[in-house]
Design a protein around this ligand. Structure first.
Ligand SMILES: Cc1ncc(C[n+]2csc(CCOP(=O)(O)OP(=O)(O)O)c2C)c(N)n1
Ligand SMILES: [Mg+2]
Length: 624
């Protein structure tokens, strides 16, 4: 950490050199693994480890990142790994801290994110327990709370076994398919004095496993299928963020003339402005992109999230005619409790392999000269820059103006375009023409598990990873998401992590207004009641003030285009100088039609056909 970023009061490094307690050795193991940060909300069940990190390692590598809520601590690690592909550690207090963290762990699990979760527990020796509190904060199988959505867990019974567990957990979480792991450290072992510390396992003797390449026979078969295809299609899902892998995907698409679809559940994996990527990414398959699936003769899924659901949605419930290749290691994580593995995907060729290794192997196997590209689809002729915001604001009472969400999106995209924005999060309803991601990290992905409240924490983690990169970390968050995780801002301010949050503030958990409207329509009940129990008004919450209260800069509420432009200009300048900025933008409660219809069509029993068109959304009718 550089001095500018270091808050006052940080202890000096390397206070002692010989481990004297169990947790000194555990901390040393974390440093050996080169884990840069450990996010935490404090708790006595890991007071031994906490002391070792501060007073034995000197609060460096790993450095403590204090979070106000465990959910934010885990979300921070999630955002960090989204950018770097690398795990952070998170320390979680016995029973209650882990309970607070569960939703964020579920999000990270669904998103296949590496992270090393360290719990405190006990002392497991009941004779050593303090009255009351050590008993309510001890459980006999703490990991049971999260076992169904972690890759592995352990509760080692000696200091030496704890070191082995931490190492094993680290290797497992960083091995594909990645997911969080949990090592629960007995408070008694952490605080155990050591006459002779057990030796740290040597990392050279326990290296990470070699990555397995896809079998050459399968590569040859897929390459031949692609080369002979008239209308090949690539579905790019969970893939790596590095520039080389990104460029190889472009190379592959160009060599075989394959069209490409990306989505907003995963990070930017292909340049959206490319002629072979004709339609903007969405959370669901957009109606314009669906014919590409129906018309394809070979489809290659690179770990596409919910392959079966996407294919069915595009084909009105049927399966596409294409021959399908599905390259994913995800099946190794599938369990019974959570159904996040989605419907069973049809695929003539299924490969349990790293999708980027498959792309590299295919590029090597295919002829170099690009094939004649298919005619440029009409949608590609859309302008490179997002269209200007509409001049006319919707009719509203004086003093209660609100921007259409599409206008907010276009103003934000235009204002930030020159500042190398890295979008950490975009809300439902963000128009496709504002998602023209051209490079890795232009967009970082979604939350994995659909758990609201992760936005602020993930943004802080991503911004930490991007600090010093020259990129502007930006998240456009719903007001509900912002409010649930708002105390993550303090962590960003405290550790000098610049970032910009734009709150798409419709003063509502608006997503559910669409559902309530749908229910009312289907049941012939008053649609005008759809907002009851969902609107956050009377009093309106001052979102900018909540930012200022934590030492961040707060702007707004802004209600019109000019005020938004002015706030963005000021915020970009402030964030460039190291600030955490939050702009409260009052937006009209509406989503783009395609998003609204995607949401309602997934209500059970109402649209068995999975048809993409939907008429029942007058709120957004007529809007793009
Ligand atoms: C923890 C959690 N609680 C409830 C939900 C259900 N839910 C899905 S979207 C949503 C509304 C989110 O509100 P906001 O962030 O303001 O976005 P908006 O829909 O208003 O654009 C809710 C409550 C959820 N996904 N996660
Ligand atoms: Mg909202």
């Amino acid at each position: 950490m550089n001095d500018m970023a270091k808050p006052a009061g940080s202890p000096n490094a390397a206070v002692e050199s010989v481990p004297r307690f169990g947790s000194d050795s555990m901390a040393q193991m974390l440093r050996a693994l080169d884990i840069p940060f450990i996010a935490l909300t404090p708790g006595a069940s890991f007071r031994g480890l906490h002391d070792s990190l501060v007073n034995y390692l000197g609060n460096e590598r790993p450095e403590l990142l204090l979070c106000i809520h465990e959910e934010n601590a885990v979300a921070l690690a999630h955002g960090y790994a989204r950018v770097t592909g690398k795990p952070l550690a998170v320390a979680l207090h016995a029973n209650v801290g882990l309970m607070h963290a569960t939703m964020a762990i579920f999000n990270a699990w669904c998103d296949r994110i590496p992270m090393l979760l360290l719990g405190g527990v006990g002392p497991m020796d009941a004779q050593a327990r303090r009255p009351w509190v050590d008993w309510i904060h001890t459980s006999s199988d703490m990991a049971a709370l999260i076992r169904d959505y972690t890759k592995w867990d352990d509760q080692p019974a000696s200091v030496a076994a704890s070191l082995e567990s931490i190492l094993r957990g680290y290797r497992m979480t960083t091995t594909a398919p990645q997911a969080p792991v949990f090592v629960c450290l007995d408070a008694g072992l952490q605080e155990q004095p050591l006459a002779n510390a057990p030796p740290l396992p040597s990392l050279e003797r326990y290296p990470p496993p070699r990555v397995v390449d896809p079998p050459p026979s399968a590569v040859a078969e897929i390459a031949a299928a692609l080369a002979g295809a008239a209308a090949p299609l690539l579905l790019i899902g969970r893939v790596a963020n590095d520039a080389g892998s990104f460029a190889r995907r472009v190379e592959l698409a160009e060599r075989v003339g394959a069209r490409v679809i990306t989505d907003l559940k995963t990070a930017a994996g292909f340049p959206v402005p490319h002629p072979l990527h004709p339609h903007p990414a969405g959370i669901y398959i957009a109606s314009e992109a669906a014919p590409m699936i129906r018309d394809a003769d070979v489809i290659v899924s690179l770990d596409w999230v919910d392959l079966a659901g996407s294919l069915r949605a595009a084909c009105n419930g049927a399966l596409p005619a294409a021959r399908i290749v599905h390259c994913s290691m995800d099946a190794y994580l599938h369990r019974g409790w959570s159904k996040d593995y989605q419907a069973l995907a049809p695929a003539e060729i299924t490969l349990h392999a790293d999708p980027d290794r498959l792309v590299a192997a295919l590029v090597a196997a295919l002829p170099e000269a690009p094939r004649v590209r298919p005619a440029t689809p009409a949608a590609v002729t859309a302008p490179a820059a997002p269209p200007a915001a509409s001049a006319a604001a919707p009719a509203a009472a004086p003093g209660d103006e609100r921007l259409p969400i599409a206008d907010m999106a276009r103003i934000v995209s235009t204002a930030l375009g020159a500042h190398r924005p890295s979008y950490v999060r975009l809300p439902l309803g963000w128009p496709g023409d504002c998602c023209r991601f051209a490079e890795p990290l232009d967009f970082i992905g979604f939350d994995g598990g659909g758990g609201i409240g992760s936005g602020p924490g993930m943004t802080v983690g991503a911004a930490l990873a991007l600090r010093g990169s020259g990129r502007l970390p930006v998240a456009v968050l719903g007001d509900g998401d912002y409010l649930m995780g708002v105390t993550a801002l303090w962590t960003a301010v405290h550790y000098r992590i610049p970032l910009l949050i734009v709150v798409s503030n419709n003063q509502s958990f608006f997503n559910d207004e669409i559902h309530q409207e749908r229910m009312a329509r289907l049941r012939g009940r008053p649609v005008e009641n759809k907002w009851v129990g969902l609107r956050m008004d009377d009093p309106a919450i001052d979102l900018a003030q909540l930012a200022r209260g934590q030492g961040a800069r707060g702007y707004g509420p802004v209600r019109d285009a000019n005020a938004l432009r002015a706030a963005l200009e000021e915020a970009v300048r402030d964030v460039g100088q190291g600030a955490v900025g939050v702009i409260d933008v009052r937006v009209a409660p509406e989503y783009a039609r395609s998003v609204s219809s995607s949401l309602v069509k997934h209500l059970p029993h109402q649209d068995p056909s999975g048809a993409i068109e939907d008429a029942a959304n007058p709120t957004s009718g007529g809007k793009p």
